[in-house]
Ligand binder design. Structure first.
Ligand SMILES: C[S@@+](CC[C@H](N)C(=O)[O-])C[C@H]1O[C@@H](n2cnc3c(N)ncnc32)[C@H](O)[C@@H]1O
Length: 278
């Protein structure tokens, strides 16, 4: 969304101390906080970046929330993919404009929003969720950020293993506890060369997924990583890392699907030999 703020838009108000407040602009409504009130009508019709004064004289700047702001501020049902991981998932799974992406579970819809952005209007996202309450919550979260549900998003209630069979997609992105149970279906649904990504909190889950990917003989280029972001504090001459950071969220695993089974060739001299560790 660009241009001046209009009624119904999402707006992020920031004060001089960096505190943020997410509001939905409604004519006649008023934002209240510890430093007074601000009429929404003072924001509506003005461009983002405008500096306002609260009823008690405090400055507030109105901007459009970034997707990462929204993910941190939005009401959550299921645990969301944390912003530091959203970008990595989109880039390492190489989700690009025009792609057909299948995702599960929808959860709170944070990853769905990132995927919709990456595929653009020429791509599509099929998001599957087994819990109707989570699906309803995600639907309102996504609609609130985008000003309605886009026509290239299909929200489906059910088990990903069932919904995915019969589909043809370019990417399968899994944020659920047992992604290994989806590997065979994903191998059938992914176009050759397509990519599977999974987000998992614990090492045993990552090991189980790798075992299943290897057993299927349909995946290559398996990679697992974690993303650590250390913010810095810049305060005069005190320039140093913040003392607190987001430690662990989840491990990211990626693998590429092949058109046929890949087994080591019997006449391959390297067959059976793992990488040397010197
Ligand atoms: C951690 S949440 C997903 C959060 C989401 N990625 C986000 O960023 O908001 C996991 C979700 O997967 C759903 N789920 C678990 N197994 C599933 C399956 N086999 N098929 C569909 N949904 C599933 C759960 O109900 C839950 O809502």
């Amino acid at each position: 969304v660009t241009g001046d703020f209009a009624a119904g838009d999402l707006c992020l108000l920031a004060d001089a101390r960096g505190r943020h407040y997410l509001i939905d602009l409604r004519p006649g409504a008023s934002f209240q906080y510890h430093a007074g009130t601000l009429a929404h009508d003072e924001v509506i019709g003005n461009p983002p970046g405008t500096v306002h004064r609260s009823s008690r004289g405090s400055r507030l700047v109105s901007v459009r929330p970034r997707l990462v702001d929204y993910v941190l501020e939005m009401p959550r049902g299921a645990q969301v993919v944390y912003p530091k991981d959203l970008g990595a998932i989109v880039h390492w799974a190489d989700v690009a404009p025009g792609h057909r992406v299948a995702e599960a579970g929808t959860g709170s819809g944070a990853l769905t929003l990132a995927l919709l952005r990456a595929v653009g209007p020429t791509g599509s996202v099929l998001s599957v969720e087994r819990r109707p309450d989570h699906l309803a919550h995600a639907s309102s979260v996504i609609g609130r950020f985008l000003g309605g549900l886009p026509s290239n998003l299909r929200l489906a209630e059910g088990e990903i293993e069932e919904v995915l069979s019969g589909e043809v997609v370019d990417r399968v992105i899994l944020d659920l506890p047992e992604p290994w149970s989806v590997v065979a279906t994903a191998a059938g649904a992914l176009a050759p060369g397509g990519i599977l990504a999974a987000y998992l909190p614990t090492v045993p889950q990552v090991m189980h997924l790798h075992d299943e990917l290897r057993r299927s003989r349909r995946f290559v280029d398996m990679e697992t990583m974690e993303i650590l972001i250390r913010n810095w504090r810049l305060d005069g001459r005190s320039v140093r890392p913040e003392s607190q950071m987001v430690g662990h969220t989840g491990f990211l695993t990626f693998a590429r699907v092949t058109a046929a089974e890949m087994t080591p060739d019997a006449d391959d001299p390297a067959a059976g030999a793992g990488p040397s560790e010197e």
